[in-house]
Design a protein around this ligand. Structure first.
Ligand SMILES: Cc1ncc(COP(=O)(O)O)c(C=O)c1O
Length: 349
């Protein structure tokens, strides 16, 4: 294959010389600059072809030594998924399970970790996309660090949308994806790994061939990529990361927050209630109770006809709520258009 001018992929010749391709270095550097600013030298960014679940699974499977266990804090569909992933190899102790509208309790975690000395890894979702609930990452990370355990955080729907200080909180593994708040295309995901932990991980058992993180880190160190990358999506990812850095992560978070506020205030005026109180809500997803006398399907179809898509609730919230996402390169005019369409859609026909 001929290298394209300006391509993020370098000619094979360079790989034979044993040099890491500049393209990989470029987006790794962009990821570190965006998400661990000031601590870039303390983390590595491992980029994987696969959706967000691939990154979460890679982080979980690569972080556990022989004979130790994991504990998952589960308060939604994606916490449940973490439990299911580790359940495949029976790596867990009983999860700490919460209502989908409740937040994990740091005190309970502390007690569980004292009780279960065999637990080495604690897994949690940052932003539970199920309900738009923001979990208390800083407080949970403090307990995990204080108890000398390893924190694996699923930040798939949070990175770029929520404030987080990964390095100060000593979070060892953070899984993210190119889509969602990074505004790239789905198909590429990544794990940010604390460098000091990489050496330890090398001694841990391989629980997956494709998703073993040190496999990627070692190959990249030799200037090679272990598996065929989804080249076309990597191009988009590279561009999306540049756009994120151009906008600035803090500015993007503010833009999302402003959009979420616009949506919430207008729907409040229409008497549509949010599922969660304001202090638990994220900047990018809002779960609302369905308006009186309107079914999800009616609301969805009327909005779809105007070019807008809302999401249904999941699990036992399926027929009770709907969700509005405000991630992406959307303008204020587009949000106003949606809100006008929403008001129309709620009127009796
Ligand atoms: C918090 C969270 N984790 C994991 C995932 C899974 O990501 P994917 O569908 O890209 O595999 C999602 C998807 O919405 C998510 O919101």
């Amino acid at each position: 294959m001929r290298a394209i001018k300006g391509s993020p992929f370098r000619p094979r010749r360079e790989k034979r010389k044993g040099r890491t391709s500049d393209s990989f270095k470029s987006w790794q550097a962009k990821l570190l600059k965006a998400f661990v600013p000031g601590a870039e030298s303390e983390y590595v960014a491992v980029v994987i072809t696969g959706s967000g679940t691939a990154a979460v699974e890679a982080a979980l499977f690569s972080s556990l030594p022989h004979g130790r266990r994991m504990l998952i804090l589960n308060n939604g569909v994606y916490g449940e998924r973490m439990s299911q992933i580790i359940g495949l190899h029976r790596l867990g102790v009983n999860e700490l399970k919460y209502e989908w509208t409740a937040r994990p309790d740091p005190e309970k975690l502390l007690l569980a970790l004292r009780q279960h000395q065999e637990v080495h890894v604690v897994g949690m979702v940052h932003h539970e996309t199920t309900t738009g609930l923001l979990n208390p990452v800083k407080d949970i990370a403090a307990v995990v660090d204080n108890q000398n355990r390893v924190f694996v955080l699923d930040a798939v729907s949070a990175l770029g949308g929520e404030t987080i200080d990964i390095s100060k909180s000593h979070i060892y593994m953070v899984a993210g994806t190119a889509g969602k708040c990074i505004q790239g295309f789905p198909g590429v995901s990544f794990v940010l790994v604390r460098k000091g932990f990489v050496e330890k991980m090398r001694a841990y058992p391989k629980r997956s061939w494709y998703l073993h993180l040190t496999h990627y880190i070692d190959n990249e160190g030799r200037g090679t990529i272990p598996f065929t990358p989804a080249v076309q999506v990597y191009y988009a990812f590279d561009e999306a990361l540049s756009e994120l850095l151009e906008e600035g992560v803090a500015n993007r978070i503010q833009r999302y927050k402003k959009a979420a506020t616009l949506i919430r205030e207008r729907l409040a005026k229409l008497g549509v209630r949010t599922l969660l109180p304001p202090d638990r809500q994220s900047n990018t997803i809002t779960a609302f109770h369905l308006p009186e006398g309107v079914s999800y399907q009616q609301l969805h179809d009327r909005l779809k006809a105007k070019g807008y898509v809302i999401y249904a609730g999941q699990g036992n919230l399926e027929s009770k709520i709907f969700r509005v996402a405000n991630m992406g390169a959307l303008t204020e005019a587009q949000f106003t258009g949606f809100l006008d369409a929403f008001e129309q859609a709620c009127k009796p026909t």
